[in-house]
Design a protein around this ligand. Structure first.
Ligand code: F6R
Length: 363
């Protein structure tokens, strides 16, 4: 049931404030974590590194969450593509925590990666949206997104639910390890609780997003750029645009442009720049200006009040201000909508992109 929406993808995008609100209030009411889904203080004290392994959008959720885990717990986090991790040399032992993320909980490569971790005696934790899935049943601990069934092939609400769960997992771990003080913890919680209404605010202002979609619909190829957490969101926005709009899109570290790819840029090029991090957005805004000087059309996603970014870009979509570490959950919303409206403008069946299936159960 599309609940009055034209497509499942749009319905699921609009469900995100409710999904996130549910997860955060469960945490605030001490109902999110228990001994079935989180490690004890003693177990955590024995962990010296974390691997986060997944495929596609679920991997991007892990890569966004890495920043929070490292910031709050001080434990180094490595991330890897499941189909690579399972055959690579990796450094896994009984002091490793392997976190696997999967909407369906059935992805073959993610399960293969998990089996490799178990063999090497790693502690394991899964984040899935299907409670009795194979992956959820195979890990020591399993966290459940509770986002409701995701029907659209392009993942949206499962992604933001996964990111929210990693934020809260990192706080749970930091609290047990005493790597965060009470004051910081409560100010982060205050900001977390404001996220659902900030997502709502983005969802209510789609005019600029529709203009961008209209300019993208004719292009064959484009780029997404960002720095730090914004690079991860650029990867996710780029993947979403590819799968729903069939536009070749390449995500790129903004600072890498000058090391080769800039040679491709001319007045027919289009770039989406993600620039929300307080310590990095000025640098990306400078890259935007350099692109504009070559005639490139640049559309950006930035934080409300960023006049420099707005001045340098053709169009800017603003997200409300939040903590840098929490912004990925907001930044992805305009990107999901850009993908949706570009697909719509091209007349593509957005819920069923060609050649893709919802659950990938072969390598
Ligand atoms: C993209 C998308 C895929 C999945 C990937 C992993 O929108 O949906 O990239 O994220 O196939 O699937 P799960 O999360 O079920 O393991």
């Amino acid at each position: 049931d599309k609940n009055g929406f034209e497509h499942f993808m749009l319905k699921e995008i609009f469900e995100q404030p409710g999904v996130i609100k549910n997860i955060i209030s469960n945490y605030a009411d001490n109902k999110l974590f228990n001994s079935n889904n989180s490690f004890s203080k003693e177990e955590l004290q024995n962990i010296d590194k974390i691997y986060i392994v997944a495929c596609g959008t679920a991997l991007h959720a892990g890569q966004s969450g890495k920043f929070a885990i490292e910031k709050f717990t001080k434990i180094p986090v490595l991330t890897d593509i499941a189909s690579e991790f399972r055959y690579n040399n990796s450094f896994i032992d009984e002091k490793t925590l392997l976190i696997v993320i999967s909407q369906s909980g059935e992805t073959a490569d993610t399960l293969g990666a998990l089996e490799k971790g178990i063999k090497a005696k790693a502690k394991t934790l899964s984040i899935t949206n299907v409670e009795d899935s194979t992956i959820a049943k195979t890990t020591d601990k399993s966290l459940y997104c509770n986002a409701g069934p995701e029907v659209s092939i392009a993942s949206t609400k499962a992604y933001t639910a996964q990111v929210a769960l990693i934020y809260l997992l990192s706080l749970d771990m930091a609290k047990k390890l005493k790597t965060i003080d009470d004051e910081d913890l409560s100010s982060i919680l205050i900001e977390l609780k404001k996220l659902p209404e900030k997502i709502e605010e983005i969802l209510q202002n789609v005019d600029t997003i529709k203009n961008i979609a209209n300019e993208l619909k004719e292009c064959q190829s484009m780029f997404y750029i960002g720095r730090g957490p914004d690079l991860i969101t650029a990867k996710e926005g780029s993947l979403k645009l590819k799968e729903t709009s069939y536009i070749h899109s390449e995500p790129f570290a903004a600072g890498e442009l000058k090391h080769g790819t800039m040679a491709l840029m001319d007045s027919s090029s289009k770039v989406i720049a993600v620039a929300t991090q307080s310590n990095l957005s000025k640098k990306t805004a400078t890259n935007v200006l350099e692109l504009r000087e070559k005639g490139v059309s640049v559309y950006s996603v930035g934080v409300e009040g960023d006049v420099l970014l707005e001045k340098n870009s053709n169009y800017t979509v603003f997200i409300p201000e939040t903590l840098d570490v929490l912004s990925p959950i907001l930044t992805v919303i305009p990107e999901q909508l850009i993908a949706y409206y570009t697909s719509l403008a091209k007349g593509i069946d957005v819920d069923h992109p060609r050649n893709l299936t919802k659950s990938v159960i072969s390598e």
